[in-house]
Design a protein around this ligand. Sequence first.
Ligand SMILES: Nc1ncnc2c1ncn2[C@@H]1O[C@H](COP(=O)(O)OP(=O)(O)OP(=O)(O)O)[C@@H](O)[C@H]1O
Ligand SMILES: [Mg+2]
Length: 397
Amino acid sequence: MKDDHIVPTQNWRISELILERFKAAFQPEPIQLRQFNVIIGRNGSGKSTLLEALQWLDTTIRTDAREASERYRGIHDLMNLRSRTRVPYFELSIKWQSNELSERTIRYRTRVTEEEDLPRITIEELEDLPSRRHYISTTEPGARLISDAGVTILDADRLALATLAKTRFEPRDPILDFLGSFWARAVFLRLSPNRLATGSLATRRSIEPLLDEEGQNLPALLNELSDDERQALVESVREILSGIRGVLVSKAELGRDTRVHYSLLERMPYRGRAGMYQFPIPAWMLSEGTRRLTAILALLVRRPGPSILCIEEIENGLDPWTVRAILRHLQDAADNGTQVLVTTHSPWVLDEVPIESILLVRRLKGDTRYDPLQSIPEMKSFDPRIPPGTRYVQLSE
Ligand SMILES: Nc1ncnc2c1ncn2[C@@H]1O[C@H](COP(=O)(O)OP(=O)(O)OP(=O)(O)O)[C@@H](O)[C@H]1O
Ligand SMILES: [Mg+2]
């Protein structure tokens, strides 16, 4: 069942992200984001840091700040180590802008401190910029007020933003509808071929994302697709792998708690009988790249699709033709309202995307910086006929 909130019509996207003291990012300039973004840079420069900042908020909204920090073994190591303050903290700020209503901007800011090894949300603000209306404000450290509802959040590891995103306040407000829908459909992927073949429950729990980070709940996502969406998935997989004819998900035989698995129907020559025949190939027998591309394409055919889709190292395990096809699908998704952020190590990917979509991450004298690739003076000194990927690998550090 598609339990998402109302799908927003005003095409919002994150236009700016400010990271302060979060992991590799000490105090970089505000990062301008587009509808489609490709993030490149050397190992350890700060690419994942950008995605992880958003993912930390996402997990905190779905569960709480302790759980969001668990993958880092607690909040402590997430705070940038440079020039520690008396009370260590990090701060994240996001601006969303509506593509249709260019004047419309909402700004969110939160500061998270570390106290006795635990995360504590001390500041939270949510403001509609043109009207200066404050949806969330901090009344004293740790106490955050949701203005209209008159609710005060005191739980140290819960965001007021989560309450706003999950609660249907009356009367309806398009900004709150948008925020609820944005966080319900945010997806962060670091796909793992093994996890993609593990199987999952037949249906997704409401706090879970459309697809979990490693892709384990792909069968549940496939079960959510309508017949038309499944057909669209088969067609887009078939453009890459011409033998694919269908996608199947097993039934939960022993009740709702059993795992289900998916298979692709593949048309192959069949010995002993004339012509071709279709065989179901279970996930664990599919090639690793097939598992990855099926997962990404399944997300992209779903309606409504992800609000924001972040994928680590997009080219992992994919051949150049598949990468090209997936990038095309991701750009189509961006044209249809999904904000896309992918990281890459492949200069070749840079030649396949608009140069203005490329964000270069560098460490200069230890400081992480995020700059549009085309704004780097050295890039301009090359012959413009040289493809961006080739220029990128020629850059001095
Ligand atoms: N608390 C911290 N304070 C300062 N620097 C940190 C902190 N935590 C991590 N780092 C630095 O940030 C780096 C990790 O950054 P990140 O994971 O964003 O890199 P990346 O660009 O994704 O690299 P890769 O291409 O290898 O995945 C670490 O290698 C480390 O140098
Ligand atoms: Mg990384």
